[in-house]
Ligand binder design. Structure first.
Ligand code: NI
Length: 471
C-alpha cells in the first residue's frame, strides 16, 4: 500500500514519541544508576561559598568514597571537577586490569577526600588526598593542592606566593631540612639527597605547597623525600619564618592575620571553661524487661538528612548513636553539636573512611584521634564508641584504638537499596532485643526509612537506646 500523506504524518509523530520515551528512560536510568543525585545539591557549609559533595558507592568489586568541594562560583568548579573525574577514571582503568574473582574476595577501594584551610579574605587551600587500594598492600597515594580565591573567582598559583629564585630555593631547602630534622614524626625518615634533588628540580613549581592561617605548608608524596613509612609528610613553616621567600604582595596579605592569635587563644580558654562547667547527663534509666535496640547512623553528619532524622528521633523519644566522619564534622560542626545536644551518643567513624586494616598503626591513630578531637571541638564531648569503616578491623586496629569497636547485627542495606520499604523489611526480618541496626544518615531515602522503622519499633514494644546502653 502506498503511504498517504496522513500515514506519513502519523509515522513521524510515532517516531517522535518513541524518541521522547527513549530519552526519558535513558535519563531516568542514569539517575537510578547513580543514586547520588541528592548529593550533587548545594549544601551550606561553615565556609561561605563552599559546599561539600559526597559520593559513595559500593559494589561487589570495589568501594568508592569521593568528597570534593563545590563553589557557589560556577567558574571555579570546572577545574575541580576535571581533577575529580580524572582521578576516578584512573581508578576504573586500574580496576579493569584486576581479576574480578579476586576483587570479589577483597574489593578494591578508592578514596578521594580533601581538607580545607581558610587562609584569609576568601582564600582557601583545598588539599586532596587520593588513595586507591587493589588487594591490600599495593596502595596508590596522591596529593593535589588547589589554592582558591573566591573573591576574585580564580585559582592562585604557588609561584605567585613564593618568589621562585635560586636564592629563595636555597632558603626553602634549609628551612625544610631543619624542620624535618626537628620533626619527631618524619625526622628519622628523611633522605637529604632526595630533598636536595627536589629543591633543585626546576620543573616543579611548588604545586604541593599550600597555606593555612599561620603557615606555609609543604606537602610531599609518599617516597618523594622520605622513606615510605613516613607516609605523605607535611612540613608547616610559620609565616614569620618564611617572610623572605614570599613575594611582596603576599607578605602584606598574610601579615594581616598576625593580630588574631591572641583572640583565638582567649576563645579557646573560654571554651575550656564551658566544657568544665558542663555536667555529664545521667544515662536514661531503662527497665531490663523492655526490648531494646540501638539505631546507629554512619558516615554523617549531613546538613539536611541528619537534621530531619534528629527531628524524627525526638518525636519518638528515641536515642541513637551517630558514627561520624571527622572530615564531615569539620565541615558541619553545627550539625554534630545538634546531635550531641539532643542527647545522642557520639561515635567516631575515622576521618576519611579508610579501611583501617590497610594502614600503619601511626596512621590508624591519626585517623581516629583527629576525629575524636574535631568531635570534641564541635560538640564539647568526646566520642565514646568507634566503628571501623566497612566493619574492617583486626587485632592491630583494636590495640591501637582506645575506644570500643562497635559493629552491627542488622544491616539495613539502606546505602544499596535506597528504598525505605526495603529497609523496613530488613529490620522486621532481623530485629530482636539487643540488636544494633546499621543505617546511613547521608542518604535522603534513609530519612523516610527511619520514620517507618521508628513506627514499627514503637508498635512492637522496642525502646531505642544508644549503643553503650545496649552493651
Ligand atoms: Ni561508613
Amino acid at each position: 500500500m502506498k503511504p498517504t500523506r496522513l500515514t506519513k504524518i502519523i509515522l513521524v509523530i510515532l517516531g517522535m514519541i518513541g524518541m521522547a520515551c527513549l530519552i526519558y528512560y535513558y535519563v531516568q536510568g542514569n539517575e537510578d544508576e547513580h543514586v547520588k543525585g541528592e548529593q550533587t545539591k548545594m549544601e551550606q557549609s561553615k565556609y561561605p561559598g563552599v559546599d561539600i559533595i559526597t559520593d559513595t558507592f559500593e559494589e561487589e568489586t570495589y568501594h568508592k568514597a569521593v568528597h570534593y568541594p563545590k563553589f557557589k562560583e560556577q567558574v571555579l568548579n570546572t577545574e575541580m571537577s576535571k581533577y575529580v573525574s580524572k582521578m576516578e577514571q584512573n581508578f576504573y582503568e586500574e580496576l579493569d586490569k584486576h581479576d574480578v574473582d579476586l576483587l570479589k574476595e577483597r574489593p578494591a577501594q578508592f578514596y578521594l577526600t580533601f581538607d580545607i584551610y581558610p587562609v584569609t579574605d576568601g582564600i582557601y587551600s583545598i588539599v586532596f588526598y587520593e588513595e586507591a587500594y587493589f588487594g591490600g598492600a599495593n596502595a596508590r597515594l596522591n596529593n593535589k593542592v588547589f589554592l582558591v580565591d573566591l573573591k576574585n573567582k580564580r585559582y592562585i598559583k604557588q609561584t605567585e606566593i613564593i618568589d621562585d629564585t635560586k636564592e629563595s630555593r636555597e632558603k626553602i631547602y634549609n628551612l625544610l631540612l631543619n624542620a624535618f630534622k626537628e620533626s619527631k614524626e618524619y625526622g628519622s625518615f628523611l633522605n637529604e639527597e632526595y630533598l636536595k634533588e627536589w629543591i633543585e628540580n626546576k620543573d616543579h613549581d611548588f604545586s604541593n605547597m599550600f597555606l593555612t592561617k599561620e603557615s606555609v605548608v609543604f606537602k610531599f608524596d609518599k617516597y618523594e623525600v622520605t622513606a615510605g613509612a613516613a607516609g605523605m609528610p607535611e612540613i608547616a613553616l610559620p609565616f614569620k619564618e618564611v617572610r623572605e621567600i614570599l613575594s611582596a604582595e603576599w607578605v602584606d596579605k598574610l601579615n594581616a592575620q598576625d593580630s588574631s592569635d591572641e583572640n583565638e587563644e582567649a576563645e579557646r580558654d573560654e571554651q575550656k571553661v564551658k566544657e568544665e562547667e558542663k555536667e555529664i547527663e545521667p544515662a536514661k534509666d531503662t527497665s531490663s524487661k523492655e526490648k531494646r535496640v540501638a539505631l546507629t547512623f554512619d558516615d554523617g553528619p549531613h546538613p539536611k538528612n541528619t537534621m530531619k532524622i534528629l527531628e524524627l528521633l525526638k518525636k519518638h523519644d528515641a536515642k541513637a548513636t551517630f558514627f561520624m566522619l571527622g572530615s564531615r564534622v569539620d565541615f558541619y560542626p553545627a550539625i554534630a553539636k545538634e546531635i550531641a545536644e539532643n542527647g545522642h551518643e557520639l561515635g567516631n567513624h575515622t576521618w576519611n573512611h579508610k579501611d583501617l586494616t590497610t594502614l600503619s598503626s601511626e596512621m590508624i591513630k591519626q585517623e581516629v584521634e583527629e576525629t575524636s578531637a574535631i568531635i570534641l571541638q564541635a560538640t564539647g564531648q568526646e566520642p565514646t564508641v568507634m566503628r571501623p569503616p566497612y566493619g574492617a578491623t583486626n587485632k592491630e586496629v583494636e590495640s591501637v584504638v582506645n575506644l570500643p569497636s562497635i559493629l552491627w547485627t542488622v544491616d539495613t542495606l539502606d546505602w544499596k537499596t535506597h528504598d525505605p520499604q526495603a529497609v523496613l523489611e530488613e529490620v522486621k526480618k532481623n530485629v530482636r532485643d539487643g540488636s544494633i541496626i546499621l543505617m546511613h544518615d547521608i542518604h535522603e531515602t534513609t530519612v523516610k526509612a527511619v520514620e517507618l522503622v521508628l513506627d514499627y519499633l514503637e508498635e512492637n514494644g522496642y525502646t531505642c537506646v544508644t549503643v553503650s546502653q545496649i552493651l
